[in-house]
Design a protein around this ligand. Structure first.
Ligand code: NDP
Ligand code: GDR
Length: 325
């Protein structure tokens, strides 16, 4: 029997890689797409991976419960991956209420649609290392206390706990993946890795002279999205639902991540990097470092792509894109 997956956030970075992964496994893939005036470019990431014709795009919105109920009735999914969110931390101070409506309450909408229409379906919630926020332990695991530091992180914490609650209250097979930062050539341009690789490619091609960033002392545990979507799927293949940290176990400053990008094209970071207070945040998460021991032991998951490999892949993809333009 062909398995059916329903993915919210299918037009985002992870939605694209997860679609490709599930299609390779023989799944029928359906995705929720919100209506916008830019329909036609919504599937640009799926097109980059060459899978846009293999997925069904369905009209819905995380803030509209009736649309989600209708889609779950229509698709009859075996697995539901809730990846949709207002996912940019910096924007969450500009749009805190929208962030709460989509990134927090939106999770309850998806869970309700599953509970009412397809309670046997397995559910994945895209939780985040941002929930740890103000660091309390050297390496964060599933038992580390949370201390969110942005409206986004507060919303994600709600999404995490409502997932745990629906598992405990209604017996749903609902798992929460606490994923640390993961990137790729399909990363949104507003996030720091992609901003850096795009900026370095532009400087290399003579299109720009400088790269303006905020807090380059922040440390992140960066992995590749392609590795991380595999962990999402593995969680839903387990007999019992659970929560898992997904991380590399290595942390790097924004500054050192930039160095990888600049040196890949033979440029000196000090000649081009400018610190711009406009990119500092009202509250910062200084250090994130995950402990993926549980995912390794129970899921047999391990990352395969290093930060160096990933940043070089991203710079090369940006160079190729800019040369085509
Ligand atoms: P993206 O920002 O690339 O994608 C977000 C997706 O959500 C897009 O498809 C977007 O659609 C969709 N979306 C936003 N609002 C709505 C809405 N109201 N209704 C329906 N869809 C909506 O995120 P990523 O792919 O990077 O991340 C996937 C998930 O994982 C997110 O929930 C994110 O918060 C979480 N996460 C990400 C991490 C990372 O490092 N990437 C780490 C930990 C968690 P549109 O194309 O129309 O904008
Ligand atoms: P983050 O990712 O907030 O960790 O959330 P982002 O790449 O935006 O920031 C990482 C760190 O870099 C610092 N930084 C800058 N960030 C951006 N975007 N732009 C800059 O110019 C800049 N300069 C310095 C930031 O201050 C921060 O410390 C991502 C998202 O994908 C979330 O959805 C996800 O939950 C978390 O990762 C885990």
């Amino acid at each position: 029997m062909t398995k059916r997956a329903l993915i919210t956030g299918i037009t985002g970075q992870d939605g694209a890689y997860l679609s490709q992964f599930l299609l390779e496994k023989g799944y029928e893939v359906h995705g929720v797409v919100r209506r916008s005036s830019h329909l036609g470019v919504a599937d640009h990431r799926l097109r980059w991976l060459g899978v846009e014709k293999d997925v069904a795009m369905l009209d819905g919105n995380l803030s509209d419960l009736s649309s989600l109920i209708r889609l779950v009735e229509q698709v009859k999914p075996d697995e539901v991956y809730n990846l949709a969110a207002q996912s940019f931390v910096a924007s969450s101070w500009q749009q805190p209420i929208l962030t709460a409506n989509i990134t927090a309450v939106g999770v309850t909408n998806v869970l309700e649609a599953v509970r009412i229409v397809a309670p046997q379906a397995r559910f994945y919630q895209a939780s985040s290392s941002e929930m740890y926020g103000k660091i309390q332990e050297a390496a964060q695991s599933e038992t580390t206390p949370f201390y969110p530091r942005s409206p986004y992180a507060v919303a994600k914490l709600y999404g995490h706990w409502i997932t745990v609650n629906y598992r405990e209250s209604f017996g749903l097979h609902a798992s929460s993946g606490i994923l640390f930062n993961h990137e790729s050539p399909l990363r949104g341009i507003e996030f720091v890795t992609r901003k850096v690789t795009d900026g370095v490619a532009r400087i290399k091609l003579g299109l720009e002279k400088e790269l303006r960033l905020g807090n380059i002392d922040a440390k992140r545990d960066w992995g590749h999205a392609k590795d991380y979507v595999r962990a999402m799927w593995l969680m839903l293949q387990q007999d019992a639902a659970d929560d898992y940290v997904v991380a590399t176990g290595t942390t790097t400053t924004v500054r050192d991540m930039c160095r990888i990008a600049f040196s890949h094209v033979g440029l000196n970071i000090d000649d081009h990097l400018v610190i711009d207070p406009a990119f500092f945040r009202p509250a910062e998460v200084d250090v994130l470092l995950g402990n993926p021991a549980k995912a390794k032991a129970k899921l047999g998951w391990e990352p395969q792509i290093t930060l160096d490999q990933m940043i070089r892949e991203m710079v090369d993809a940006d160079l190729a894109r800019l040369k085509r333009a």
